[in-house]
Design a protein around this ligand. Sequence first.
Ligand SMILES: [Zn+2]
Length: 212
Amino acid sequence: MLALVTTTQGIGQSMQGSSSYYANINSYNDDDDDGDNNGGTNDNDLDDIRDDFWDLEADCCRRHTFGYLNPPLGVVICCEGTPIICVYEEAIEKQVKKVVGNDTLDEVIQAVIECVWEHEEVHYHNHVDWTNPCDDNDQLNSDPDYQDNHECAECEAYSVEIDCLETKRDNVCDGNPTCIQQFNEYIQDQKNRLKFYCCLCFEDQPDCDLFS
Ligand SMILES: [Zn+2]
């Protein structure tokens, strides 16, 4: 069912620049600009393909935010027929500082960036129809698993994101109380979002009357 995912390379995991993405390099055969007409059969070709993808995917991610007053933190979109993840680091930094304060530690911001990535991966993997090319310019935020229930998709994604943040907190802070407190403030904010979405998804969740 998810055959394409097994051939998807985690390019961009270092998340340099303002966006990151997954790209299926196997779907690009000889688009490597070296004129040999045999595609990615050696390291140079692969590097070329990788660069092409970097530009292409980064362009798609940038294009997607045109017209946004406040860009999303992350999103799954269709880029030239391939679903990709975009993570917007500047928007994330802005949002974390809004919640935690301007003195937010870099390691907290970096952790949030990586955990937004995990959030978007949930949406990415929930798309069951990966083997078909997607329609360009689609924002793929309604998982086919949850056709008419976007809230359930967000409930799952925020749950993964919060697990990620708690793990990062325990691994990164090394007992630094400021670091732990900053993580906890942001985690609490995310838990409110989690509860909001999960309550709309499962109406019998505890404390859901807070949102009714
Ligand atoms: Zn989401």
